[in-house]
Design a protein around this ligand. Structure first.
Ligand SMILES: [Fe+2]
Ligand SMILES: [Fe+2]
Length: 465
């Protein structure tokens, strides 16, 4: 973690401590602390926190801790919401000391504040307008305030940690949870009614649907994992034809997902990117081994056969419905930014973003791997080669984000499997290179289309990546 990120998190911590202290002082009610139902609610919330249901496609998770905290406020007052938010959400990992203290403190302080403000809104509006208008406006205002405090703090914390925009994190990971919050507001009211008629033990009945949902999600995750394993097996079978490309598809998939993330692609597109990364060259199954494994340059006829693989690949994945727009990314992963690629000669933003990301991930991995016709390049050499084709073969914006990723130690070592990232000076050089290359291109005479005969011509590794 960077020191500046720590600084922002400490600022957030101070703000939350002050807000929580003010809320606790204002709502202080020692009689609540002596009421055993409060501690029963704390225990039930802890059980709910231990049983979250993950939503498909990284759309967050659902637990019934929000309605339990809100219910506590409704039946025992806002101070109870504060206490249940602060203590009921402690997890086993936190109690074992496996969670960094700063993250733990920020999380519990924001939940205590969310419990307090939601309870305060409900109780105030209910007293002001009486039942039923006060109840419904109180539920809505309380639920909304809980969401604002909770989602706002989490978005801020995560975006600071991952150095991404708050708005992007909110839109890609939090906005999708709004329907869950809305659905849980009336459940809070039902829980409060059950508590008042039948007592705190009756709330346990709300855990049954949660357990059913958890089981369904477990089956969904296992099925998804099986699909992925089948696709990996298929790509390995293809790569067995050519020992030089072993692991290429899995590496391209990993690079593309990281690049897609920094390009702020939506979560569901990143899932597609992971699978399309694995499948992008599946059309090479129709290319003869003699061409795939050829050591020298390809003849124009061989090159023409090789160029068919995106179309063949598209025909193969066309019926895989869950790939959705990813089918087009397979088709267009060899298009060039300037329109000189294949199969359709698309240019600029007419090429789908997923295909532009794949194209860079594909070329980078090819350059960083041994090939029959050359040794693997060093990271900076590969980046220089990519930079020279910026604006010609590759989208300059995506390429620049790729270079920034290459300066990140974790990405360079874990994803690209390089001994070290590029330095800040090298990053500066790479950012300047495309402008110099563009000036050179302008000075050069216009060249005829489709002049690159084999794996050379355009940047190395691009045609046979
Ligand atoms: Fe390809
Ligand atoms: Fe490839």
């Amino acid at each position: 973690m960077q020191p500046s990120i720590h600084r922002h998190h400490y600022t957030l911590l101070v703000a939350l401590v002050l807000a929580d202290a003010a809320a606790a002082a204002w709502l202080w009610d020692p009689s609540v602390l002596l009421a055993w139902p409060l501690w029963a609610l704390v225990a039930l919330t802890a059980v709910a926190e231990a049983l979250p249901v993950e939503l498909p496609q990284g759309r967050g998770s659902v637990s019934v801790s929000f309605p339990l905290i809100f219910t506590s406020s409704m039946v025992l007052g806002p101070f109870a919401g504060f206490v249940v938010g602060l203590l009921g959400t402690l997890t086993a990992d936190e109690l074992r000391g496996r969670v960094p203290w700063l993250r733990m403190a920020l999380n519990h302080l924001q939940l205590a504040l969310a419990g307090a403000v939601s309870g305060l809104a409900y109780v105030s509006l209910e007293r002001l307008w009486g039942s039923p208008l006060g109840v419904w406006t109180g539920l809505l205002a309380g639920g909304l305030l809980y969401f604002i405090v909770n989602a706002g703090s989490v978005s801020l914390m995560v975006s600071l940690y991952h150095r991404m925009s708050v708005l992007h994190y909110f839109k890609s990971s939090v906005l999708g949870t709004v329907p869950n919050y809305l659905a849980l507001i009336p459940i809070s009211y039902v829980m409060a009614s059950v508590y008042q008629s039948l007592g705190v033990a009756a709330l346990a009945v709300f855990f049954l649907p949660l357990l059913v949902a958890r089981q369904s999600f477990k089956l969904y995750s296992e099925m998804r994992q099986s699909y992925r394993e089948m696709i990996v097996a298929l790509t390995r079978a293809l790569e067995a034809k050519d020992p030089y490309t072993a692991g290429h598809a899995e590496r391209v998939s990993g690079i593309a997902v990281h690049l897609g993330k920094v390009m702020e692609m939506p979560e569901e597109d990143l899932e597609i990117l992971e699978i399309v990364g694995l499948l992008h060259d599946i059309g090479k199954i129709a290319v003869p081994d003699s061409i795939l494994n050829k050591r020298g340059r390809l003849t124009p006829e061989e090159y023409a056969l090789m160029k068919k693989h995106p179309v063949t690949g598209h025909e193969i994945v066309r019926n895989i419905h869950f790939l959705g727009k990813g089918q087009e990314w397979v088709l267009h992963h060899h298009e060039h930014w300037d329109g000189r690629g294949y199969p359709d000669g698309l240019a600029g933003e007419a090429i789908p973003l997923g295909a532009r990301v794949l194209s860079i991930a594909d070329a980078a991995d090819a350059m960083l791997s041994d090939r029959p016709y050359r040794r693997a390049m060093r990271l900076i050499e590969a980046c220089r080669q990519l930079a020279r084709a910026s604006g010609e073969q590759y989208d300059p914006t995506v390429l620049r984000r790729f270079f920034e990723l290459c300066a990140d130690e974790r990405f360079a070592k874990e994803i690209l499997r390089q001994p070290a990232p590029i330095s800040a000076a090298e990053l500066g050089e790479l950012i300047a290179l495309p402008e110099m290359a563009a000036a050179r291109r302008e000075a050069a005479a216009a060249r005829p289309r489709d002049s690159a005969p084999a794996d050379g011509g355009a940047p190395e590794g691009s045609e046979r990546a």
